[in-house]
Design a protein around this ligand. Sequence first.
Ligand code: AMP
Ligand code: MG
Length: 353
Amino acid sequence: MRYIDEMTKEVDKIVNKKECIILGIESSCDETGIAIVKNGREILSNVVSSQIDIHTKFGGVVPEVASRNHIACINNIFNQALKEANISKEEIDAIAVTYGAGLIGALFVGVNFAKSLAYTLKKPLIAVNHIQGHIASNYIAFPELKPPFMCLLVSGAHTSIFKVDDYTKFTQVGQSVDDAVGEAFDKVARVVGLGYPGGPKVEKLALSGKENICFKRQNSLKHSYNFTFSGIKTAVINYVQNAQSRKEEINKADICASFQHYVAKELCDKALRACEEYNQKTLVIAGGVSANRYIFNYLKNEGEKLGIKVFAPPVSLCTDNGAMIASCGYYNLMSKVGLSDIDLTAKASINYN
Ligand code: AMP
Ligand code: MG
């Protein structure tokens, strides 16, 4: 029998089981993550190998270097995940893997590893959209959380507002028309000399700064749910260059605090307005930038005033990891979505419109 026919039957059996163990594989950027998750919500193991130290010396992620490092460590990460969960590979019910979006070479490492495992172990292979994986990180963090809700997705490549209708259905209601918010954080960090990865460094330095620099707000997208971050990025660059040409000293902490405040307000205004328009009382934040506690607290406080509850996962689940992919894979499997044949391929980009 063909692999896919056999697996279609297998999925029918798995959805009726009381306990479902999913292996989640993530390799879309510079983190190799493999996790084992029970029933979509309970982490049995979640091993992440980050390449931050390797890419720091280049000032950003070098795609080819990322792929090579995924190859070098993925098997060890897999064995460690099994060991920490204290289960054998035969006890896994299905294998979920990020197939996109991300760096194509990096994605291929995870996808091919997942395909080999799925084929040799005769387990269903579930394709997971990386963005949907980030949303699912909140299911692990908040056992009571159920769709529908609004989601603000903020990462190094995306800034979007989604209406999450169900575990496997979501609609994009707004997105950045230029830079992603994480990209803006990384650029600002570079301009003030903080290095890579910028987000956490900007957040840390902003703690000792004042929000006293008024970066002019862009009004062109005021009434839509779309974002623009190229303007604030340029405003910070110009601010620093002007000060340097006048031989004035810049206060890096104030720049970080003022930039971060600008971003928080921009994200907050649109995300909360979208909650109101779509009549949702829950806003979930996801993606690498959701690790920023200033942005989270800003949204939480503003949300409270409108009766909107704001959730963000703990920092360890905000950045890329295998657990969120396993959780999403579980819900895909239960809805019989994403079951893939052995010719599954990676996709660098996925369009949500
Ligand atoms: P992701 O694309 O989901 O892997 O997230 C990576 C992006 O999140 C990078 O642009 C980081 O600079 C950004 N990021 C990570 N932590 C923080 C933080 N604490 N504050 C702001 N941005 C962050
Ligand atoms: Mg990510």
